[in-house]
Design a protein around this ligand. Structure first.
Ligand code: MG
Length: 379
Protein backbone atom coordinates (compact mmCIF):
# COMPACT_ATOMS: atom_id res chain seq x y z
CA UNK A 1 0.00 0.00 0.00
CA UNK A 2 1.33 3.42 -1.01
CA UNK A 3 0.23 6.41 1.07
CA UNK A 4 -0.72 9.49 -0.91
CA UNK A 5 -0.82 13.16 0.05
CA UNK A 6 -2.74 15.33 -2.43
CA UNK A 7 -2.18 19.08 -2.34
CA UNK A 8 -5.26 20.64 -3.90
CA UNK A 9 -7.66 17.70 -3.73
CA UNK A 10 -10.77 19.72 -4.69
CA UNK A 11 -9.21 21.08 -7.90
CA UNK A 12 -9.40 19.44 -11.31
CA UNK A 13 -6.20 17.33 -10.92
CA UNK A 14 -7.04 16.45 -7.31
CA UNK A 15 -10.50 15.18 -8.26
CA UNK A 16 -9.06 13.13 -11.15
CA UNK A 17 -6.38 11.70 -8.83
CA UNK A 18 -9.10 10.51 -6.44
CA UNK A 19 -10.96 8.98 -9.42
CA UNK A 20 -7.81 6.95 -10.14
CA UNK A 21 -7.27 5.98 -6.49
CA UNK A 22 -10.92 4.91 -6.12
CA UNK A 23 -10.13 2.25 -8.74
CA UNK A 24 -7.06 0.96 -6.89
CA UNK A 25 -8.06 0.89 -3.24
CA UNK A 26 -5.89 -2.22 -2.79
CA UNK A 27 -2.79 -0.28 -3.93
CA UNK A 28 -3.20 3.24 -2.56
CA UNK A 29 -4.50 4.88 0.58
CA UNK A 30 -5.00 8.57 1.26
CA UNK A 31 -2.78 10.04 3.95
CA UNK A 32 -3.81 13.67 3.51
CA UNK A 33 -5.91 16.07 1.43
CA UNK A 34 -5.78 19.85 1.18
CA UNK A 35 -8.16 22.47 -0.17
CA UNK A 36 -8.45 26.23 -0.35
CA UNK A 37 -12.04 26.71 0.76
CA UNK A 38 -14.31 24.12 -0.90
CA UNK A 39 -15.12 22.27 2.34
CA UNK A 40 -18.36 20.78 0.96
CA UNK A 41 -16.41 18.68 -1.55
CA UNK A 42 -13.56 18.12 0.91
CA UNK A 43 -16.01 16.70 3.47
CA UNK A 44 -17.30 14.18 0.91
CA UNK A 45 -13.69 13.21 0.10
CA UNK A 46 -12.96 12.76 3.84
CA UNK A 47 -15.98 10.48 4.25
CA UNK A 48 -14.96 8.34 1.30
CA UNK A 49 -11.15 8.20 1.62
CA UNK A 50 -10.67 8.64 5.39
CA UNK A 51 -7.42 10.66 5.40
CA UNK A 52 -5.46 11.15 8.66
CA UNK A 53 -4.97 14.84 7.92
CA UNK A 54 -6.69 17.55 5.94
CA UNK A 55 -5.63 21.17 5.52
CA UNK A 56 -7.95 24.06 4.68
CA UNK A 57 -6.18 27.26 3.60
CA UNK A 58 -9.10 29.53 4.53
CA UNK A 59 -9.23 30.02 8.32
CA UNK A 60 -13.00 30.46 8.67
CA UNK A 61 -13.75 27.46 6.45
CA UNK A 62 -11.23 25.39 8.40
CA UNK A 63 -13.07 26.16 11.66
CA UNK A 64 -16.38 25.28 10.04
CA UNK A 65 -15.03 21.92 8.86
CA UNK A 66 -13.58 21.08 12.29
CA UNK A 67 -17.10 21.11 13.69
CA UNK A 68 -18.34 18.73 11.01
CA UNK A 69 -15.79 15.90 10.88
CA UNK A 70 -14.42 13.40 13.37
CA UNK A 71 -11.49 11.00 13.16
CA UNK A 72 -9.46 13.33 10.97
CA UNK A 73 -7.06 16.13 11.98
CA UNK A 74 -8.03 19.44 10.41
CA UNK A 75 -5.12 21.87 10.04
CA UNK A 76 -5.25 25.46 8.80
CA UNK A 77 -3.49 27.77 6.38
CA UNK A 78 0.02 27.85 5.00
CA UNK A 79 1.48 26.48 8.29
CA UNK A 80 -0.85 23.50 8.16
CA UNK A 81 0.18 22.78 4.58
CA UNK A 82 3.88 22.84 5.48
CA UNK A 83 3.31 20.80 8.65
CA UNK A 84 1.58 18.00 6.80
CA UNK A 85 4.16 17.86 3.97
CA UNK A 86 7.02 17.94 6.52
CA UNK A 87 5.50 15.07 8.52
CA UNK A 88 6.91 12.72 5.87
CA UNK A 89 4.44 9.97 6.78
CA UNK A 90 3.46 9.28 3.14
CA UNK A 91 5.07 7.86 -0.02
CA UNK A 92 3.86 10.07 -2.88
CA UNK A 93 3.06 13.77 -2.96
CA UNK A 94 0.61 14.80 -5.67
CA UNK A 95 1.63 18.42 -6.15
CA UNK A 96 -1.43 19.99 -7.75
CA UNK A 97 -1.73 23.41 -6.18
CA UNK A 98 -2.12 26.21 -8.69
CA UNK A 99 0.77 28.63 -9.19
CA UNK A 100 3.75 29.71 -7.10
CA UNK A 101 1.92 28.61 -3.92
CA UNK A 102 2.95 25.03 -4.75
CA UNK A 103 6.68 25.73 -4.49
CA UNK A 104 7.35 25.62 -0.74
CA UNK A 105 5.39 22.45 0.12
CA UNK A 106 6.87 20.68 -2.93
CA UNK A 107 10.38 21.60 -1.76
CA UNK A 108 9.62 20.31 1.76
CA UNK A 109 8.46 17.01 0.32
CA UNK A 110 11.53 16.73 -1.95
CA UNK A 111 13.74 17.26 1.14
CA UNK A 112 12.12 14.17 2.64
CA UNK A 113 13.00 12.12 -0.45
CA UNK A 114 9.40 11.50 -1.50
CA UNK A 115 8.14 10.75 -4.99
CA UNK A 116 6.59 13.91 -6.44
CA UNK A 117 3.76 13.44 -8.93
CA UNK A 118 4.17 16.95 -10.31
CA UNK A 119 1.19 18.76 -11.78
CA UNK A 120 2.26 22.20 -10.56
CA UNK A 121 4.37 23.43 -13.51
CA UNK A 122 4.86 26.89 -11.99
CA UNK A 123 7.18 25.27 -9.40
CA UNK A 124 9.71 24.37 -12.10
CA UNK A 125 9.22 27.56 -14.09
CA UNK A 126 9.92 29.82 -11.09
CA UNK A 127 12.60 27.76 -9.38
CA UNK A 128 13.67 24.93 -11.68
CA UNK A 129 17.35 25.02 -10.82
CA UNK A 130 16.69 24.85 -7.07
CA UNK A 131 13.99 22.18 -7.33
CA UNK A 132 15.97 19.87 -9.64
CA UNK A 133 19.13 20.36 -7.54
CA UNK A 134 17.28 19.41 -4.34
CA UNK A 135 15.62 16.40 -6.00
CA UNK A 136 19.07 15.06 -6.93
CA UNK A 137 20.50 15.77 -3.49
CA UNK A 138 17.64 14.10 -1.60
CA UNK A 139 17.02 11.30 -4.09
CA UNK A 140 13.44 12.40 -4.72
CA UNK A 141 11.87 11.21 -8.00
CA UNK A 142 9.88 13.82 -9.89
CA UNK A 143 7.36 12.12 -12.16
CA UNK A 144 5.47 14.57 -14.38
CA UNK A 145 1.67 14.63 -14.41
CA UNK A 146 1.40 17.27 -17.12
CA UNK A 147 0.26 15.23 -20.14
CA UNK A 148 3.04 16.46 -22.48
CA UNK A 149 5.80 15.72 -19.98
CA UNK A 150 4.29 12.37 -19.06
CA UNK A 151 4.38 11.55 -22.80
CA UNK A 152 8.06 12.50 -23.08
CA UNK A 153 8.88 10.67 -19.85
CA UNK A 154 7.18 7.53 -21.20
CA UNK A 155 8.99 7.83 -24.57
CA UNK A 156 12.31 8.02 -22.70
CA UNK A 157 11.87 4.84 -20.65
CA UNK A 158 14.76 2.54 -21.64
CA UNK A 159 16.48 5.27 -23.68
CA UNK A 160 19.81 7.00 -23.12
CA UNK A 161 19.33 10.76 -22.81
CA UNK A 162 22.44 11.42 -24.92
CA UNK A 163 20.56 9.98 -27.92
CA UNK A 164 17.84 12.64 -27.85
CA UNK A 165 17.86 14.89 -30.91
CA UNK A 166 14.90 16.96 -29.72
CA UNK A 167 11.64 16.98 -27.80
CA UNK A 168 8.51 17.85 -29.77
CA UNK A 169 5.91 19.28 -27.38
CA UNK A 170 2.40 19.32 -28.81
CA UNK A 171 -0.08 22.15 -28.19
CA UNK A 172 -3.82 22.12 -28.83
CA UNK A 173 -3.65 25.83 -29.68
CA UNK A 174 -6.61 26.49 -27.37
CA UNK A 175 -9.97 28.03 -28.30
CA UNK A 176 -8.50 30.93 -30.32
CA UNK A 177 -6.43 28.97 -32.78
CA UNK A 178 -8.46 30.20 -35.75
CA UNK A 179 -9.05 33.75 -34.56
CA UNK A 180 -7.16 36.70 -36.04
CA UNK A 181 -5.00 39.13 -34.02
CA UNK A 182 -7.85 41.63 -34.47
CA UNK A 183 -10.46 39.15 -33.11
CA UNK A 184 -8.41 38.60 -29.96
CA UNK A 185 -9.06 42.19 -28.83
CA UNK A 186 -12.67 41.39 -28.08
CA UNK A 187 -12.58 37.92 -26.55
CA UNK A 188 -14.40 37.51 -23.25
CA UNK A 189 -13.60 35.52 -20.11
CA UNK A 190 -16.27 32.99 -21.14
CA UNK A 191 -14.68 32.55 -24.60
CA UNK A 192 -11.26 31.96 -23.01
CA UNK A 193 -12.60 29.45 -20.48
CA UNK A 194 -14.13 27.33 -23.23
CA UNK A 195 -11.29 24.90 -24.09
CA UNK A 196 -12.01 22.57 -27.04
CA UNK A 197 -10.35 19.35 -25.71
CA UNK A 198 -9.39 19.51 -22.04
CA UNK A 199 -11.56 20.08 -18.99
CA UNK A 200 -9.23 21.89 -16.55
CA UNK A 201 -9.07 24.54 -13.81
CA UNK A 202 -9.47 28.22 -14.75
CA UNK A 203 -5.76 29.22 -14.46
CA UNK A 204 -4.49 26.55 -16.86
CA UNK A 205 -7.47 27.07 -19.20
CA UNK A 206 -6.70 30.78 -19.55
CA UNK A 207 -3.00 29.92 -19.95
CA UNK A 208 -4.00 27.55 -22.78
CA UNK A 209 -6.00 30.26 -24.52
CA UNK A 210 -2.97 32.63 -24.52
CA UNK A 211 -0.58 29.70 -25.20
CA UNK A 212 1.38 30.78 -22.11
CA UNK A 213 0.65 27.25 -20.94
CA UNK A 214 2.91 25.94 -23.73
CA UNK A 215 5.57 28.47 -22.85
CA UNK A 216 5.52 27.34 -19.21
CA UNK A 217 5.65 23.73 -20.40
CA UNK A 218 8.74 24.33 -22.56
CA UNK A 219 10.51 25.75 -19.48
CA UNK A 220 9.21 22.82 -17.41
CA UNK A 221 10.58 20.37 -20.04
CA UNK A 222 13.94 22.14 -20.02
CA UNK A 223 14.32 21.46 -16.27
CA UNK A 224 12.74 18.02 -16.15
CA UNK A 225 14.75 16.55 -19.02
CA UNK A 226 17.87 18.72 -18.81
CA UNK A 227 17.78 19.92 -22.44
CA UNK A 228 18.49 23.35 -23.88
CA UNK A 229 15.84 25.54 -25.51
CA UNK A 230 17.16 24.71 -29.00
CA UNK A 231 16.28 21.05 -28.42
CA UNK A 232 12.62 21.70 -27.51
CA UNK A 233 10.16 22.37 -30.34
CA UNK A 234 6.48 23.22 -30.09
CA UNK A 235 4.04 21.98 -32.71
CA UNK A 236 0.32 22.78 -32.78
CA UNK A 237 -1.83 19.65 -32.88
CA UNK A 238 -5.48 20.65 -32.42
CA UNK A 239 -6.85 17.14 -31.74
CA UNK A 240 -4.72 16.59 -28.57
CA UNK A 241 -4.22 12.88 -29.34
CA UNK A 242 -0.42 12.88 -29.67
CA UNK A 243 0.61 14.19 -26.24
CA UNK A 244 4.25 14.82 -27.23
CA UNK A 245 7.16 13.15 -29.01
CA UNK A 246 10.88 12.50 -28.77
CA UNK A 247 13.10 12.48 -31.83
CA UNK A 248 16.34 10.53 -31.46
CA UNK A 249 19.70 11.12 -33.16
CA UNK A 250 19.03 8.36 -35.72
CA UNK A 251 15.84 10.05 -36.94
CA UNK A 252 13.45 7.67 -35.18
CA UNK A 253 10.60 9.37 -33.35
CA UNK A 254 8.56 7.99 -30.45
CA UNK A 255 5.17 9.43 -29.54
CA UNK A 256 2.63 8.71 -26.82
CA UNK A 257 -1.03 8.81 -27.88
CA UNK A 258 -4.48 8.51 -26.31
CA UNK A 259 -7.74 10.40 -26.09
CA UNK A 260 -7.18 13.40 -23.79
CA UNK A 261 -7.89 12.42 -20.18
CA UNK A 262 -5.72 13.50 -17.23
CA UNK A 263 -6.42 10.26 -15.41
CA UNK A 264 -3.88 8.52 -17.69
CA UNK A 265 -0.80 10.61 -16.82
CA UNK A 266 -1.90 10.75 -13.17
CA UNK A 267 -2.19 6.97 -12.96
CA UNK A 268 1.20 6.54 -14.64
CA UNK A 269 2.87 8.93 -12.15
CA UNK A 270 1.44 6.86 -9.29
CA UNK A 271 2.14 3.40 -10.75
CA UNK A 272 5.55 4.01 -12.43
CA UNK A 273 7.60 1.91 -13.17
CA UNK A 274 4.63 -0.47 -13.26
CA UNK A 275 1.50 -0.11 -15.35
CA UNK A 276 -1.87 -0.93 -13.78
CA UNK A 277 -4.78 -2.22 -15.81
CA UNK A 278 -7.63 0.32 -16.07
CA UNK A 279 -10.53 1.22 -18.33
CA UNK A 280 -10.62 4.99 -18.06
CA UNK A 281 -9.88 5.64 -21.71
CA UNK A 282 -10.58 3.68 -24.86
CA UNK A 283 -8.84 5.23 -27.85
CA UNK A 284 -10.51 3.90 -31.00
CA UNK A 285 -8.47 4.88 -34.06
CA UNK A 286 -11.13 4.46 -36.77
CA UNK A 287 -13.26 7.16 -35.07
CA UNK A 288 -10.38 9.68 -34.96
CA UNK A 289 -10.92 11.57 -38.18
CA UNK A 290 -7.49 13.12 -38.61
CA UNK A 291 -4.33 14.15 -36.81
CA UNK A 292 -2.90 17.47 -38.02
CA UNK A 293 0.22 19.44 -37.09
CA UNK A 294 1.48 22.95 -37.79
CA UNK A 295 3.75 25.74 -36.51
CA UNK A 296 2.55 27.99 -33.66
CA UNK A 297 1.85 31.64 -34.60
CA UNK A 298 4.18 33.65 -32.34
CA UNK A 299 2.83 36.98 -33.63
CA UNK A 300 -0.64 36.10 -32.43
CA UNK A 301 0.34 34.22 -29.27
CA UNK A 302 2.79 36.73 -27.80
CA UNK A 303 2.87 34.93 -24.45
CA UNK A 304 4.64 31.97 -26.02
CA UNK A 305 7.31 34.27 -27.47
CA UNK A 306 7.72 35.98 -24.06
CA UNK A 307 8.22 32.57 -22.44
CA UNK A 308 10.92 31.66 -24.99
CA UNK A 309 12.63 35.02 -24.37
CA UNK A 310 12.60 34.63 -20.59
CA UNK A 311 14.01 31.12 -20.87
CA UNK A 312 16.79 32.42 -23.11
CA UNK A 313 17.58 35.15 -20.59
CA UNK A 314 17.64 32.67 -17.68
CA UNK A 315 18.20 33.62 -14.03
CA UNK A 316 15.04 34.97 -12.43
CA UNK A 317 13.45 35.94 -15.80
CA UNK A 318 11.13 32.87 -15.87
CA UNK A 319 10.16 33.62 -12.24
CA UNK A 320 9.17 37.16 -13.32
CA UNK A 321 7.28 35.75 -16.32
CA UNK A 322 5.39 33.33 -14.09
CA UNK A 323 4.48 35.81 -11.35
CA UNK A 324 3.36 38.47 -13.84
CA UNK A 325 1.30 35.88 -15.70
CA UNK A 326 -0.43 34.71 -12.51
CA UNK A 327 -1.49 38.28 -11.73
CA UNK A 328 -2.46 38.97 -15.37
CA UNK A 329 -4.71 35.88 -15.43
CA UNK A 330 -6.31 36.89 -12.11
CA UNK A 331 -6.96 40.39 -13.42
CA UNK A 332 -8.40 39.07 -16.68
CA UNK A 333 -10.72 36.68 -14.79
CA UNK A 334 -11.87 39.62 -12.63
CA UNK A 335 -12.44 41.58 -15.86
CA UNK A 336 -9.91 44.24 -14.82
CA UNK A 337 -7.85 43.88 -17.99
CA UNK A 338 -8.54 42.77 -21.56
CA UNK A 339 -7.30 39.53 -23.06
CA UNK A 340 -4.70 41.32 -25.19
CA UNK A 341 -3.36 43.10 -22.08
CA UNK A 342 -2.18 39.78 -20.58
CA UNK A 343 1.05 39.75 -22.66
CA UNK A 344 1.38 43.54 -22.27
CA UNK A 345 1.41 43.20 -18.48
CA UNK A 346 3.97 40.37 -18.57
CA UNK A 347 6.17 42.25 -21.03
CA UNK A 348 6.20 45.36 -18.86
CA UNK A 349 7.16 43.28 -15.77
CA UNK A 350 9.98 41.60 -17.72
CA UNK A 351 11.24 45.03 -18.78
CA UNK A 352 10.92 46.63 -15.36
CA UNK A 353 12.01 44.02 -12.80
CA UNK A 354 15.74 43.38 -12.55
CA UNK A 355 16.82 39.87 -13.52
CA UNK A 356 19.17 38.23 -11.00
CA UNK A 357 21.50 35.43 -11.97
CA UNK A 358 22.43 34.11 -8.54
CA UNK A 359 19.57 31.77 -7.78
CA UNK A 360 18.81 30.90 -4.20
CA UNK A 361 15.46 30.42 -2.55
CA UNK A 362 15.40 33.90 -0.98
CA UNK A 363 16.14 35.55 -4.35
CA UNK A 364 13.24 33.63 -5.94
CA UNK A 365 10.83 34.63 -3.13
CA UNK A 366 11.89 38.27 -3.40
CA UNK A 367 11.56 38.26 -7.20
CA UNK A 368 8.11 36.68 -6.99
CA UNK A 369 6.97 39.23 -4.38
CA UNK A 370 8.33 42.25 -6.28
CA UNK A 371 6.83 41.14 -9.59
CA UNK A 372 3.41 40.60 -8.05
CA UNK A 373 3.50 44.00 -6.40
CA UNK A 374 4.47 45.64 -9.70
CA UNK A 375 1.89 43.67 -11.72
CA UNK A 376 -0.98 44.48 -9.36
CA UNK A 377 -0.55 48.16 -10.25
CA UNK A 378 -0.86 47.54 -14.00
CA UNK A 379 -4.03 48.74 -15.66
MG1 MG B 1 -0.10 20.18 -20.37
Amino acid sequence: MKKILILGSTGSIGVSTLDVIRNFKDKFEIFGLTANSNIELLQKQIEEFKPKFVVVRNGLKSKELKNKVTGCNVLTGEEGLIEVTKSGDYDILVSSLVGFAGLEPTIESIKRGKRIALANKETLVAAGEIVIGLAKKYNSEIIPVDSEHSAIFQCLVGEDKKNIEKLIVTASGGPFLKKSVEDLKNVTVEDALNHPNWDMGSKVTIDSSTMMNKGLEVIEAHWLFGLSKSKIDVVVHPQSIVHSMVEFVDGNIKAQLSLPDMKLPIQYALSYPERFSSKFVNTHFPTLKELTFFEPDLQKFKCLQLAYNSMGEGGTAPCILNAANEIAVEKFLKREIKFTQIPELIDSALNKIEVKHTLDYETILECNRKTREFSQKFN
